[in-house]
Design a binder for this molecule. Structure first.
Ligand code: NAD
Length: 253
């Protein structure tokens, strides 16, 4: 791990435009369970079979009713997110951005912890749990400011349907977020994958695409992933340990 960290620091120093793809593993140390990986939600309870998007399309008002009931009864997963605070990994990513060493973060997480830690250049490809999004025009708003007196709520800009911003199984990735991800991926001259099993598409394509265009690939994950084979540097450590160590190495002149 020590020598991998030094190699990673050298690559970061040499890069002009580093981009990171983040998965649920970064938030594991904040107490939010991952889906995949050992101890993840899937290992314990199996993969979900429900198709949330189909339910929404079939009956948006009923979907919102169920979502509100689900929220007020508080599922263990949403409770874990609501209780969570950024961990040293999130803060280190914000530090890297402020040091001019990290140009952009593409996150698959919906937990808002990057923003809470101070990262500004973030694209949330799977949405944000605390926002709603118009499925017609794509406008987003904070969930807490939306009136849920009449269901389903609708967009004041275009009258389209509002749904929670979180991208559900079967739902297309919002176009603005997807385009930004490709823009960032194609601009990257160094690509980091952090705490992602890299099997959820299209996110899993970004590191492959960046690598094909010549960007070296750094993987930070305690376990092997689908990307390990093509990674140039692999840091087999928890993100909350590896990222602060990387920041420390970069601060040494
Ligand atoms: P994943 O759950 O499929 O994979 C998690 C990965 O993190 C695994 O490879 C695991 O080895 C690794 N990991 C575990 N602990 C780690 C640590 N301390 N440091 C670094 N890595 C660690 O996650 P995914 O690939 O992001 O895909 C699942 C999807 O589910 C996500 O795209 C996301 O939308 C959603 N999700 C979000 C959250 C969240 O917002 N925090 C949590 C779970 C799932």
């Amino acid at each position: 791990v020590e020598s991998a960290l030094r190699q990673a620091a050298a690559l970061v120093r040499r890069s002009q435009y580093a981009v990171a793809l983040v998965g649920a593993g970064l938030s594991a140390e904040s107490g939010i369970p991952t889906y995949r990986g050992s101890g993840g939600v899937y290992e314990r309870f199996g993969e979900p079979t429900i198709d949330g998007w189909e339910l929404f399309v079939a009956d948006p008002a009923e979907w919102w009713r169920q979502a509100i009931v689900h929220e007020t009864s508080g599922s263990p997963f949403s409770q874990a997110i609501d209780r969570a605070a950024p961990n040293p990994g999130h803060y280190a990513m914000a530090d890297l951005e402020h040091m001019g060493r990290l140009a952009h973060v593409i996150t698959q997480n919906i937990d808002n912890l990057h923003a809470m830690a101070g990262s500004r250049r973030v694209t949330e490809i799977h949405g944000n749990r605390y926002k709603v999004r118009c499925i017609e025009c794509g406008a987003r708003e904070r969930l807490e400011t939306v009136s849920l007196d009449r269901l389903p709520p609708s967009c004041p800009v275009c009258g389209g349907l509002y749904k929670n911003d979180v991208v559900m199984f079967g739902e297309p990735i919002p176009r603005d977020a997807l385009e930004e991800c490709y823009r960032q991926t194609l601009a990257a001259d160094l690509f980091l994958t952090i705490g992602t099993s890299a099997v959820v598409y299209p996110a899993a394509d970004f590191p492959v695409l960046a690598k094909r265009r010549g960007a070296p690939l750094i993987e930070i994950n305690p376990e092997a992933t689908a990307l390990s084979e093509i990674a140039d540097v692999i840091i087999r450590a928890p993100a909350g340990v590896a990222l602060p160590a990387l920041v420390d190495l970069l601060l040494v002149p």
